[in-house]
Design a binder for this molecule. Structure first.
Ligand SMILES: [Zn+2]
Length: 82
């Protein structure tokens, strides 16, 4: 897996928090208890790539907000599959 390439690709998406222009590609590794939710197989880890803009990156609690957004999104898309 070429992480640099994936980060570069992610950075072209809209910012995960505000939906504005994304400036940075970043990685999110869900906590172990959430790995299954994100589709990880036993003993494997899922890594998610996302984009964030300059102002959200420097906003307070951004990592908690990103985690909440990721969890809400995955729950929504898992629900849509059922
Ligand atoms: Zn933003």
């Amino acid at each position: 897996m070429d992480i640099e390439k994936l980060l570069g690709k992610a950075s072209k998406q809209p910012c995960i928090l505000c939906g504005g222009h994304g400036d940075y590609g970043a990685m999110f590794v869900p906590d172990q208890e959430y790995q299954k939710l994100f589709g990880a197989l036993d003993g494997k880890k899922r890594i998610l790539f996302y984009s964030i803009c300059e102002s959200c990156k420097s906003s307070p609690n951004q990592s908690e907000r990103i985690e909440l957004t990721m969890l809400a999104d995955i729950k929504k898309s898992n629900a849509a599959l059922n």
